[in-house]
Design a protein around this ligand. Structure first.
Ligand SMILES: NC(=O)C1=CN([C@@H]2O[C@H](COP(=O)(O)OP(=O)(O)OC[C@H]3O[C@@H](n4cnc5c(N)ncnc54)[C@H](OP(=O)(O)O)[C@@H]3O)[C@@H](O)[C@H]2O)C=CC1
Ligand SMILES: N[C@@H](CC(=O)OP(=O)(O)O)C(=O)O
Length: 358
């Protein structure tokens, strides 16, 4: 039987996020993982030999693929997921876009570039319109990015409140899981029984900048950022998966706790009607119990694509405080990029219709 799914590629396929792509794409109804690429160190090897597989069992269909370099002359897929080292992405991702490919990138490199959309489809699928502006660079493809993993969890929780009440000030402290640091990541003797109040690579700066872009609006060839200020504290904690963010927020119009809860419960987001394969039935869930969300209990909600919110209550300095938690390598990274690709396809930007859709 012929496989009518679209062949796709993963750049940085041997890394921690790359492996999450491989797991999420195994058995995907629209996409078939056909090509894997990584650094010169891995190129030419079988994927199974080049990769130190971290979680579960490596899918059979990828084991014997030969790893190529991250070069558009070596990779033929139109949809290319990028989980590359951020410095290498600076030249590689534009080269793919120039060669007519659509790059769905996890890296920080182009997130804040004016004409590059920074997308959580439920929050701002409309920002994909920026792809039209990228044509001015001579690109026949394009680059779509997803945000920092902690910023994604926070933005999803705040999106319904911002839409209704207008966020003005946000204080946020994160408790970020170890898988966010890649593999082998933080040495065990540094993190066991410990909390590290610092995450390198300007983690706090990314959280303080990226949310305003995601919650902004399209204005021609750029995004008019949402006008709120953020103060972030990022911490590494001994949790395997799941970034927890505790937040205090102030709004143009002060919501009561019950209004805030009602707005969060009612929120479905921008893509509810598109029926995308990776979209969870509920992008946001409000936990009933007073001691949730917790990574151990809630991280796999919606196959890792649901963000769980809890502890919505009054704040004596700001207006409201709340907690949100999401899977950092699924909703915070590879799962979001796959959902972005599904949104691109479903909105007709590839001119390709997936199997089973009219
Ligand atoms: N971990 C997380 O939760 C998140 C990570 N990200 C981002 O995703 C990206 C990948 O992160 P992560 O998987 O943790 O990192 P890893 O270090 O685990 O993996 C990096 C990948 O990039 C490849 N690579 C390194 N240098 C080059 C190069 N010069 N040319 C081509 N490929 C190269 C590596 O290949 P090789 O094996 O051959 O060295 C490997 O496949 C990073 O940009 C990170 O910031 C984003 C959101 C969340
Ligand atoms: N820095 C994040 C993971 C990451 O790579 O973030 P970014 O994609 O913003 O570089 C963490 O440690 O949990």
């Amino acid at each position: 039987m012929t496989d009518s799914r679209l062949p796709v590629a993963v750049l940085g396929a041997t890394g921690a996020v790359g492996q999450t792509f491989v797991r999420l794409l195994a058995g995907h109804p629209w996409f078939r993982l056909a090509e894997v690429a990584a650094s010169d160190r891995s190129a030419g090897k079988r994927y199974a030999d080049a990769t130190k597989w971290i979680e579960g069992v490596m899918p059979d269909e990828v084991r014997d693929l030969i790893v190529t370099t991250c070069d558009p002359t070596q990779v033929s897929a139109t949809i290319v997921f990028s989980a590359m080292d951020a410095d290498a992405a600076a030249t590689v991702e534009p080269a793919f876009a120039m060669a007519g490919r659509f790059v769905l990138s996890n890296t920080k490199t182009f997130r804040m570039t004016d004409d590059v959309p920074l997308v959580i489809p439920e929050v701002n699928a409309s920002h994909l319109a920026l792809l039209d502006a990228q044509k001015a660079k001579g690109w026949s493809g394009g680059v779509v990015t997803n945000a920092n993993c902690a910023a994604i969890a926070a933005t999803m929780a705040l999106a319904p409140l911002h839409e209704r009440f207008g966020l003005t000030e946000l204080f946020i402290a994160t408790m970020q899981a170890l898988s966010g640091a890649g593999y082998p990541g933080v040495p065990s003797l540094d993190i066991l029984g410990n909390v590290i109040p610092y995450i390198g690579g300007d983690e706090e700066g990314k959280i303080e900048r990226e949310m305003q872009k995601m919650l902004g609006t399209v204005e021609g060839a750029r995004i008019a950022q949402a006008p709120f200020v953020v103060s972030a504290h990022a911490n590494r904690v001994p949790v395997e998966h799941g970034h927890t963010v505790v937040m205090s927020a102030k709004f143009r119009q002060k919501p009561s706790v019950s209004e805030a809860i009602a707005v969060i419960r009612a929120w479905k987001g921008e893509i509810a009607d598109l029926n995308l394969p990776s979209a969870p039935r509920e992008p946001l869930v409000l936990a009933e119990q007073p001691d949730r969300p917790q990574p151990r209990r809630d991280v796999n909600a919606g196959n890792g694509m649901t963000v769980t919110v809890g502890r919505v209550r009054e704040d004596a300095i700001f207006h409201l405080k709340l907690v949100a938690m999401g899977h950092n390598t699924i909703r915070g990274a590879a799962g979001s990029a796959v959902l972005n690709a599904e949104a691109l396809v479903a909105t007709g930007r590839l001119g390709w219709t997936p199997p089973g859709r009219a």
